[in-house]
Design a binder for this molecule. Structure first.
Ligand SMILES: CC(C)(COP(=O)(O)OP(=O)(O)OC[C@H]1O[C@@H](n2cnc3c(N)ncnc32)[C@H](O)[C@@H]1OP(=O)(O)O)[C@@H](O)C(=O)NCCC(=O)NCCS
Length: 231
């Protein structure tokens, strides 16, 4: 079953906490996080890694140093030596989320901000674009745009091949709440869910397992307890 954990970042972390958490992630990740210019990007990437480490350590009784991530050639992370534990992280604005399941999964959360209408034309398939234009007003269109955006991104992330899968090589349609996929792509045995996390955000998940959707569990920062630090 797909399960989702989410953390809301409300304010800038104190230096000592940030450094403490930073020491819990891999050296490669530490270097990447330290290269971010904006502290918000650094915090989101760090909390994503800490969140998944917390879940793995709780679920699998692993110590932090035993949690090792490997990456496919498109950068999708996996837990080393575990074929039945799949996860995907996404972050946007104040939210960091992690979806996990026992088969490949992709997730995307996006803060809803105004967009330029050309973006939809550029990124969406013809069918998606015409569905978008059929929405009744600007506000509905914006929400539908982000539904499609997060659904498409969740598909790309579940497939794990990045943008080597062209965004217009598949069409996602939402009718009466049912979400369908039209594609000739090899990756198609999947199904979609949308989750309500926050009125100002959209969150979509593309799962390949049969067990269905679970809940979202919101975790507080204080609950992110991995083995080698204490808050
Ligand atoms: C990198 C990409 C996987 C997601 O990017 P994003 O939406 O900016 O970022 P998200 O916050 O949702 O996800 C980032 C996380 O996905 C994971 N990830 C990285 N590469 C991945 C891949 N190839 N497949 C799946 N997950 C991946 C990582 O855990 C990453 O976390 P980190 O940056 O903290 O290490 C990729 O799909 C991308 O670049 N997309 C471009 C966006 C776009 O044009 N979207 C149009 C949609 S219509």
């Amino acid at each position: 079953m797909t399960e989702i954990y989410a953390v809301k970042l409300s304010e800038k972390m104190e230096h000592s906490l940030f450094n403490n958490l930073l020491s819990c992630v891999s050296e490669e990740k530490q270097a990447r996080i330290q290269r971010f210019v904006r502290w918000k990007d650094a915090h989101r990437a760090l909390i994503g890694d800490i969140l998944i480490r917390t879940i793995i350590s709780e679920r699998m009784q692993l110590k932090n140093e035993e949690i090792i991530f490997v990456f496919n050639e498109y950068g999708k992370p996996f837990l080393k030596d575990s074929e039945t534990f799949h996860f995907n992280i996404s972050h946007s604005g104040a939210w960091v989320i992690c979806a996990f399941d026992n088969s490949p999964i992709g997730a995307d959360v996006e803060f809803i901000r105004p967009i330029d209408s050309d973006i939809a034309k550029r990124f969406f398939s013809e069918g998606e674009h015409s569905d978008l234009l059929a929405e009744k007003d600007d506000s509905e269109r914006l929400r539908y745009f982000y539904d499609l955006w997060t659904l498409k991104e969740s598909y790309i992330k579940a497939a794990g091949k990045g943008l080597s899968i062209p965004l217009d090589s598949f069409t996602i349609r939402i009718h009466d709440g049912d979400i369908t996929l039209e594609t000739e792509n090899e990756f198609r045995a999947c199904h979609f869910s949308r989750y309500e996390i926050d009125r100002d955000y959209k969150l979509s998940v593309c799962a390949t397992g049969k067990a269905g959707r679970g809940n979202i569990e919101i975790k507080r920062m204080e609950e992110l307890t991995i083995m080698n630090y204490e808050l």
